[in-house]
Design a protein around this ligand. Structure first.
Ligand code: NAP
Length: 296
């Protein structure tokens, strides 16, 4: 299913070489920084039109200016359901058919418990916000549209306690990394549920999740001693160009047109923790997320 030639060192330009994306459009969340910005740059280099979302319209416009590309800037603050719904409307109003949605934005390891509408903020931003955006835009996807959800190897930090659906406020024993891990497990389960829905509907649309690697970006802004953390790490860091490769690969490579409900790392299919394959849990999360959104 995957292309053996790509791996840890591959860059986003390498994995998309020879792929003509002229006439295609891709929505990328958080395209004003880090992996999202590199993904936008490279997909545009291959001819794609980018629908770029950032927390504010000015951040989105500035990102396009910095990248030197024309695109469609959309304001989307994922921690505000009102903002996400406005973004859904704004994208629909453009009439642009999306060949893919790359749910890339995220926050990590907030040192203290922060909440939105009573829910822990990493879960809310990384999962609930993206759930509302992606499900709101399903009809906008082309027949073979691909949804690509950024998870992380850090989903393993939820190994012991899982999704903690009875602790979505985060108030019981808050831990920055465990809660980040929970949100990233939710990202995989969301992709899995969506994949199942696509398959059951007989659709050729796909949904997959991935770990991009470990890359120094603004993501570590909330970590008190980020430099110290990176220097103590035993894993090899990736450059931003390598870090964005897996999402560019999963989003665009022709060899993955039927990959659905899978988890990738280093441009290869990879193994997530057992809970990430628990379809009953994935459905519980889907129902709980719909319930949350119905109250907001
Ligand atoms: N870097 C890594 O080592 C690593 C490892 C595993 C997984 N990941 C995943 O990769 C993805 C991209 O991360 P990155 O490393 O590129 O980090 P980054 O440079 O910090 O970019 C994150 C993006 O998300 C946006 N964002 C954050 N909160 C948001 C909100 N409430 N509403 C809308 N947008 C929001 C940020 O906007 P602002 O700039 O306005 O804050 C930024 O554009 C994340 O999902 C992360 O979990 C990264």
């Amino acid at each position: 299913m995957t292309t053996a030639e790509f791996g840890f060192d591959s860059t986003s330009e390498e994995v998309t070489r020879g792929i003509d994306l002229s006439g295609t459009s891709w929505l990328i969340t958080g395209f004003n920084s880090g992996l999202g910005e590199e993904t936008a740059r490279v997909l545009a280099l291959r001819g794609a039109h980018i629908v770029g979302t950032a927390r504010t319209a000015s951040k989105a416009a500035e990102a396009f200016e910095r990248l030197g590309i024309e695109g469609t800037p959309i304001a989307c603050e994922l921690a505000s359901v009102a903002s996400v719904r406005a973004a859904v409307d704004a994208v629909r109003d453009t009439g642009i058919a999306l060949d893919g949605i790359i749910a890339n934005a995220g926050i990590m390891a907030l040192p203290e418990l922060r909440q939105q509408d009573g829910f822990e903020l990493q879960f809310f931003t990384n999962h609930v916000g993206h759930f509302a955006l992606v499900t709101g835009l399903i009809d906008q996807l082309t027949d073979e549209g691909r949804v690509v959800v950024l998870s992380s190897m850090a989903h393993t930090m939820a190994r012991e306690r899982g999704l903690e659906l009875d602790n979505l406020s985060g108030e019981r024993d808050y831990h920055p990394w465990r809660m980040y891990g929970r949100s990233k497990l939710a990202n995989i389960l969301f992709a899995r549920s969506l994949a199942r829905r696509f398959a059951e509907a007989g659709s050729r649309r796909t949904a997959n999740a991935l770990h991009p690697g470990v890359i120094k970006t603004n993501l570590s802004r909330h970590i008190p001693d980020a430099e110290g953390m990176f220097s103590r790490m035993t894993v090899t860091l990736k450059t931003v160009e390598q870090g964005a490769a897996t999402q560019c690969f999963v989003a665009t490579h022709p060899s993955l047109s039927s990959a659905n409900g899978q988890y990738f790392s280093d441009c290869q299919e990879a193994r997530a923790i057992p809970a990430a394959y628990d379809d009953a849990l994935a459905e519980l999360l889907w129902a709980r997320t719909e319930e949350i959104l119905s109250t907001l």
